[in-house]
Design a protein around this ligand. Structure first.
Ligand code: ATP
Ligand code: MG
Length: 407
């Protein structure tokens, strides 16, 4: 049997990038031979094994054929006769369809190296269109390598457009989609992921609520970029520049969804968009079975980001309501993430990327003032149950008034 490194490990080594996860393909072996050598089987759908010592993945060379809709609709064929070239042709992009042996001899039948040098993300064969997940993967790789100058080949975009229009994207499971979306949002240029999805018509299918923001104007005074879709891309861009976690990036993407519902006669104003957007945010959250922390933050940021921007003008009572809504006493981290998302929103505007955001420290100070109100003296005064809660609130309100007067 022969063993080759394939996929990301080969691609990233040629790009001079660090290689983290190594995938290997095995040609000329049977499952029985692998097991006899101590490999542990892991693939439920196709023959993939873990190395007994290193734990790295070894997959038997295989071919695939489409036999139905969606991801389940594939027939795999693995046997010792399947050649390396046959295995590589089923892969998504030419730059992912190269293999190398232990001596670093490259097998590159589909000219991945040429496309690496030309900075092009190009599909390997027309069979690309058999798995709709590849639309998301290509957009994700575009987001990852945009900084190196990579773009998607026109003919690959054509296939992605066909896939988006065919209805195949709807066959993706929430889990597979979210895995790609969440990874893409954590790349260096997540805004490119959304832009590529939009350009091929996939955004309209996957997240019509985000797609609808393009072409919706906002007042130029606060938003020199005017377009709400472009603003959203900038906010996402800022979130990556500032190395924000996934929760914040997800909230950034969804924070303005309500603006897509504003009747045209009200443009460019968006009265109460924070409120109207909530049901849309909820729908997107549920569509992809998004993890709870991401769901929650997106809803809170959607509802309260304008409060964040107006922090310095808020009445002490409104400030207190805001802090209570975030349960800052038990969830300090979540409030920090809210502040971060608001700041990204403020900076994700044309020409305002470097502005200062004094609201951030002001909100932190307010949270600190509210947290510092001690319970003990109230207990000593005999407050219990709901009355204790009310007394605590009154004391916090007092503390916030003092904080506000001294700020
Ligand atoms: P990463 O750095 O994100 O791990 P990768 O290219 O190694 O990038 P993997 O998801 O680990 O991506 O997959 C390994 C290889 O398997 C890919 O390089 C590609 O050749 C192939 N592959 C994975 N998923 C698909 C898919 N849905 N369709 C076609 N080929 C795929
Ligand atoms: Mg990999």
């Amino acid at each position: 049997m022969q063993v080759y490194k394939v996929g990301g490990a080969v691609r990233d080594r040629l790009l001079g990038l660090p290689v983290t996860d190594v995938d290997r393909v095995v040609v000329g072996a049977t499952t029985e031979e692998m097991l006899a050598q101590g490999f542990r089987p892991v693939g439920a759908d196709f023959p993939v094994f873990l190395h007994p010592k290193t734990g790295e993945e070894y997959a038997l060379a295989r071919t695939e054929r489409k036999s139905g809709r969606g991801y389940g609709g594939f027939t795999f064929y693995a046997s010792p006769e399947v050649t390396l070239e046959e295995d590589l042709i089923r892969r998504d992009l030419t730059i992912n369809a190269m293999a190398e042996d232990d001596q670093l001899n490259l097998t590159d039948p589909y000219h991945g190296q040429r496309d690496l040098e030309a900075r092009i993300l190009r599909h390997v064969s027309p069979a690309f269109a058999e798995d709709p997940l590849r639309v998301l993967r290509v957009a994700r790789f575009a987001a990852r390598y945009a900084g190196l100058g990579f773009t998607v080949a026109d003919e690959t975009m054509d296939l992605m457009r066909q896939l988006s229009e065919s209805g195949e994207l709807q066959a993706l499971t929430a889990e597979r989609s979210w895995k790609e979306i969440s990874r893409a949002l954590m790349e260096d240029h997540p805004q490119v992921f959304i832009q590529v999805l939009r350009d091929c018509g996939a955004l309209k299918v996957l997240m019509p609520e985000v797609d609808a923001l393009f072409g919706v104007p906002q007042p130029a005074t606060h938003h020199p970029e005017i377009d709400t879709g472009l603003h959203t891309l900038s906010v996402l861009e800022q979130s990556a520049l500032h190395k924000q976690p996934l929760t914040v990036r997800w909230a950034c993407l969804l924070h303005d969804l309500g603006k897509g519902l504003t009747p045209e006669e009200e443009w460019p104003r968006h009265i109460a968009h924070e409120h109207t957007g909530l049901k849309l945010i909820k729908a997107v959250n549920e569509r992809f079975k998004v993890p709870k922390d991401c769901q929650e933050l997106a809803l809170l940021v959607g509802q309260y980001h304008t409060h964040g921007h107006r922090a310095l003008e808020l009445k002490a009572s409104t400030l207190l309501e805001l802090l209570q809504s975030f349960d800052i006493y038990r969830r300090p981290q979540r409030f920090e993430e809210f502040i971060a998302a608001c700041e990204m929103d403020a900076r994700g505007r044309k020409g305002l990327e470097l502005r200062s955001y004094p609201q951030a420290d002001y909100l932190r100070g307010a949270a600190k003032a509210a947290r510092e109100v001690a319970v003990q003296p109230l207990l000593e005064q005999g407050f219990k149950g709901p009355e204790l809660g009310e007394a605590l609130k009154r004391e916090r309100l007092k503390a916030l008034k003092i904080y506000k007067d001294n700020a």
